[in-house]
Design a protein around this ligand. Structure first.
Ligand code: APR
Length: 277
């Protein structure tokens, strides 16, 4: 089920377990970091791990689309600064006021439609071509990975360009932005909802198991542009560590897992990923 967890408690618990497994003592602060920021060594080391890996999994978040002009959720211009998730991104909010929710999703669709995939998205398409075993796990609903040409994509939080009928359950693609009439309805007359996963809702059937399987199979997990605060997606990071994979994080800022990952490259995904791949 999609939820925001108090990362400190959970992360520290996981970090302690990992460090204990490594025979490390977390209390001794920073000295355990392997490579941080954009030191050439970090980038080179990360590039080498990626080149050597046969199986690679990638986890992306809103940060990879930021350079395409699409607002993130929790950044300084993040959506959740101006809007409350409980008012717009829960089944209860939709039941209360479907028109309000659709006004917001129609605005987001129009914003996303202006965006084009950036160099970060393109680099991941190249990585997919290079790797015999590759899985792109995204929390993004914007469809920019598809537009960039990525193939093997697991959309954990659904797709803003799909709709689902609350009456007959049918599900269909719809790329109209703006929508001619709000709220939109299904051919059966039923009320349509956005094809995304709202807080408190389960992820699409089997998707999380597929994602966990891909992570457990991988020698490298590349984590790009996510604040790693939303579960179960964020849980893939400690899972990869526990499975012995190298975890490379690309983010403008630190995240709750910056101390856990093997390499934390701080900067823009659109600048770092082309250097990494
Ligand atoms: N390059 C790399 N990282 C970036 C960039 C960039 N150009 N711009 C922003 N970031 C980073 C931010 O520092 C932040 O850590 O991207 C992250 C975006 O975090 P969030 O806004 O929290 O987005 P995300 O992690 O994808 O949110 C997860 O929460 O609201 C729900 O369902 C929604 O899928 C979403 C989920």
């Amino acid at each position: 089920m999609l939820s925001i967890v108090n990362e400190d408690k959970r992360t520290i618990a996981v970090r302690y377990r990992i460090c204990a497994a490594r025979g490390l003592d977390l209390r001794s602060g920073e000295k355990h970091r392997i490579c941080v920021t954009l030191k050439p060594m970090g980038l080179e080391q990360a590039r080498e791990w990626l080149q050597e890996a046969k199986a690679v999994a990638v986890l992306t978040g809103a940060g990879i689309s930021a350079e395409s002009g699409i607002p993130t959720f929790r950044g300084s211009d993040g959506l959740w600064k101006d809007y409350k998730p409980e008012d717009l991104a829960t089944p209860e909010a939709f039941a209360r006021n479907p028109r309000l929710v659709w006004e917001w999703y129609d605005w987001r669709r129009q914003t996303i439609k202006q965006g084009k995939p950036n160099a970060g998205h393109a680099a991941l398409v190249r990585l997919e071509i290079q790797k015999p075993n590759f899985t792109l796990i995204t929390q993004n609903v914007d469809g920019l990975h598809d537009l960039a040409g990525s193939g093997r994509i697991l959309k954990l939080h659904g797709d803003i360009w799909r709709m689902r009928c609350l009456s007959c359950g049918s599900d269909w693609p719809d790329r109209r932005a703006p929508l001619p009439k709000l709220p939109p309805h299904c051919g059966c007359g039923g009320l349509a909802r956005p094809g995304v996963v709202w807080f408190g809702e389960p992820l699409p059937g089997g998707m999380m198991q597929e994602a966990e399987h891909a992570v457990l199979e991988s020698q490298v997990l590349l984590v790009v542009g996510t604040s790693a605060q939303v579960y179960p997606a964020a849980g893939l990071i400690p899972l990869a560590k526990q499975a012995g994979a190298r975890v490379i994080q690309v983010n403008l800022e630190t995240t709750p897992f910056s101390n856990l990952v093997d390499c934390a490259l701080e900067g823009r995904a659109g600048e770092i990923l082309p250097q990494l791949i």
